[in-house]
Design a protein around this ligand. Structure first.
Ligand SMILES: Nc1nc2c(ncn2[C@@H]2O[C@H](COP(=O)(O)OP(=O)(O)OP(=O)(O)O)[C@@H](O)[C@H]2O)c(=O)[nH]1
Ligand SMILES: [Mg+2]
Length: 213
């Protein structure tokens, strides 16, 4: 399918927005795979480099400021954080990858946790792979994409922080991103463009999530 042009109609976007106004709450932080919740409930996960805006996006989706902890310091989220939306689905905030300033052993530990989770979690319906719209897809992101292709986990690229770039730059990064996506078997063709700060593209993302459940 081509472009987000009008993938969802006004009514669908409104319904999706309403779904996300339902009660949401933090469930638990998972530091070890054994702690993953045993549940039938489906989930979507937010992955991406440190500081790309995963936690901010989850807060913006829930229309809350402090549900997921955010920070200007990369590496803020160090565990898999589970949030429950209306007892229907879980949103999972993942620790960022590609952040090397923490002690090496710690970094290795998170990465193992994230990647084992991404490859093995049956409940996982889709991964939203966040990419900073100012930088586009980097090598480390492509490595994650390859891993997701291999694990056959469907993932969708979500550009973040689009309030920081011009419309022209955004069009450029979307075009570049779509070219890269073509090389990846498990990547979903539509690219979403969002700003948690300025509330842009959030209803489209909500509609994508709702369409999975
Ligand atoms: N301008 C702008 N800044 C944003 C946006 N989203 C996040 N930020 C900022 O980016 C920084 C990192 O945001 P986080 O949400 O903590 O990033 P994260 O991906 O969860 O980072 P880790 O937990 O370290 O992996 C914070 O300073 C946010 O305020 C956005 O849409 N626009
Ligand atoms: Mg975070």
């Amino acid at each position: 399918m081509e472009q987000a042009a009008a993938k969802f109609g006004a009514e669908e976007l409104k319904q999706a927005e309403e779904q996300f106004n339902r009660p949401c709450n933090f469930v638990l932080s998972v530091a070890k795979l054994e702690q993953l919740p045993l549940t039938e409930m489906g989930e979507v996960a937010f992955a991406g480099r440190s500081n790309v805006g995963k936690s901010s996006l989850i807060n913006a989706l829930f229309n809350q400021r402090k549900l997921a902890k955010t920070s200007g310091t990369p590496g803020r989220t160090q565990q898999l954080n589970y949030f429950n939306l209306d007892n229907r689905l879980h949103l999972v905030d993942l620790p960022g990858y590609g952040f090397a300033q923490a002690p090496e052993a710690l970094v290795k530990n998170w990465q193992k946790l994230i990647f084992t989770y991404l490859q093995g979690r049956v409940n996982l319906k889709r991964v939203f792979l966040l990419i900073d719209s100012r930088h586009g897809i980097k090598k480390v992101d492509e490595e994650t994409m390859k891993l997701l292709d291999k694990a056959a986990v469907t993932y969708q690229i979500v550009l973040t922080k689009i309030d920081k770039i011009s419309a022209k730059q955004l069009a450029g990064v979307i075009a570049e991103t779509k070219e890269i996506i073509k090389k990846h078997g498990a990547a979903y063709v539509d690219v979403l463009a969002t700003s948690s700060e300025k509330n842009l593209g959030l209803n489209e993302l909500k509609a994508e999530i709702c369409s999975l459940f």
